[in-house]
Design a protein around this ligand. Structure first.
Ligand code: SAH
Length: 206
């Protein structure tokens, strides 16, 4: 099977199992996950599992990216902040929905940020903005964001991220330590109305 055939077979399974909306499905079909994982793991790119990407970090399993994309339910043109660029795959999926120029992503590790930038550029998402730094600070210069999501686990949503979220917007991410719960917060009158979406496992926020 070609990489594209493997990708479509994976997405077929995810759509059936997770009941994904069409927008999420189209984004997952479009982004070549094999281009984002290390060459040595390329043959595993279309298995539904996390993979190591260096610096002790992992790219999330495809179903987790799918579930988060569905929950955010973004529209084209909405401005999004991602915390934890990693290899850039999740940012590319988000870029498929909102447009690459509307995606801002912060990565702690220099080496990962640099590699993510070059992969994103190589596969057509060069307009995604990647900054190396501490995601807990958000990216004030580009705020407000319609949505913010974290791909690493925090004890709670860092205050600057909530401040940089537009009223009515959603922040989404894994909250907790050893046990984490995927949590959304809808900003309403300046504070967050929360809803939880089950137990998950992400690398910790630094
Ligand atoms: N979305 C990524 C998944 C990356 S795993 C992908 O598609 O590949 C989580 C990432 O969060 C790791 O790359 C890790 O280095 C990064 N991270 C951890 N703490 C961070 C922090 N304080 N600020 C920014 N990034 C952080």
């Amino acid at each position: 099977m070609t990489a594209q055939e493997q990708r479509h077979a994976l997405v077929d399974r995810l759509v059936e199992r997770e009941r994904l909306d069409e927008q999420t499905e189209a984004a997952l079909r479009a982004v070549p996950r094999h281009a984002f994982v290390p060459d040595s793991r390329a043959e595993d790119a279309y298995r539904d599992r996390p993979l190591p990407i260096g610096e002790g970090q992992t790219i999330s399993a495809p179903h987790m990216v799918a579930i988060m994309t569905d929950l955010l339910s973004l529209s084209p043109g909405e401005r999004v902040l991602e915390i934890g660029t990693g290899c850039g795959y999740h940012a590319a999926v988000t870029a498929e929905v909102v447009g690459p120029e509307h995606v801002y992503s912060v990565e702690y590790h220099d080496s990962l940020a640099a590699r993510a930038r070059s992969t994103l550029e190589a596969v057509g998402y060069g307009e995604v903005s990647v900054r190396c730094g501490d995601g807990k600070d958000g990216w004030k210069a580009n705020a407000p964001f319609e949505a913010v999501y974290l791909t690493c686990a925090a004890g709670d949503f860092p205050t600057p991220l909530v401040e940089q979220l537009r009223e009515g917007g959603m922040i989404l991410g894994p909250l907790g330590g050893d046990t984490q719960v995927l949590t959304e917060g809808r900003k309403t009158d300046g504070s967050l109305q929360r809803e939880t979406h089950g137990q998950v496992r992400f690398v910790p926020l630094k």
